[in-house]
Design a protein around this ligand. Sequence first.
Ligand code: 13P
Length: 262
Amino acid sequence: MATKSHTPLIVGNWKMNPATLGKARKLFLDVRKEVGRKKMETQVAVAPPFPFLSELQRLSPSQRIGLSAQDVYFESIGAHTGEVSLPMLRSVGVSSVIVGHSERRAAGESDEEIYKDVQAIFKSSLTAIVCVGEQVRDQHGNYFSVVEAQLRSAVRDVPKTKLKQLVVAYEPVWAIGTGDHATPEDVQEMKLFIQKIIADVFDRSAIKKVRVLYGGSVKAKNAQELLTVGTVDGFLIGGASLKAKEFGKIVHTAEAYAKTSV
Ligand code: 13P
């Protein structure tokens, strides 16, 4: 029987979707219906675009479906045109923030900014979902050093007392939106590698506190293997999170896994 040390976490990253508030409401209500009302071990969250957050908070007063933000700016207030701060996000019910997504990195976000974002998130007691992942899988295993450098840079100086607020999402860029997910064996290998770095930066007990997710073409049909063989603690889901039924199936797969594993 598989072993599981963490509560599964399933996060839907809606990216720049859907097009309107009306459509976001509908998607959220459909997701809420698919997730259902039964008590679950699995934690579920969605990360909609900023303008939809406060309306979705209204639709989920119990936070059964948590709200996550897709990005944040580390300063808390002031002359920063176009930016959104942690106090703003908290005030509309956000409990976790995705940091360093490859699409933000591609838009110019640096390791240093990601570090500052992570620091700010920990100060505000929210959860940081730190994304790491290589552009390509080369023959020589250089992807390990890419992931290591991103991770060490982002989590250095995180206080040991706050490690439960740290989630690492392994998202190989080549697997995002391509339909070509990493094999469960490769996911497991990278998860162990990430845990080794976490143990090295903090200590071995940190492994029990930090959840490791996988993201990149996760679908209902590959979710089970990625959980059981990949041994990740959940997923960060793009495309499939925009289809309520598909997302619901992944959530229930994670829940069944949480119930059967010890
Ligand atoms: P896809 O699930 O569409 O591959 O996207 C993954 C992702 O980038 C989630 O943050």
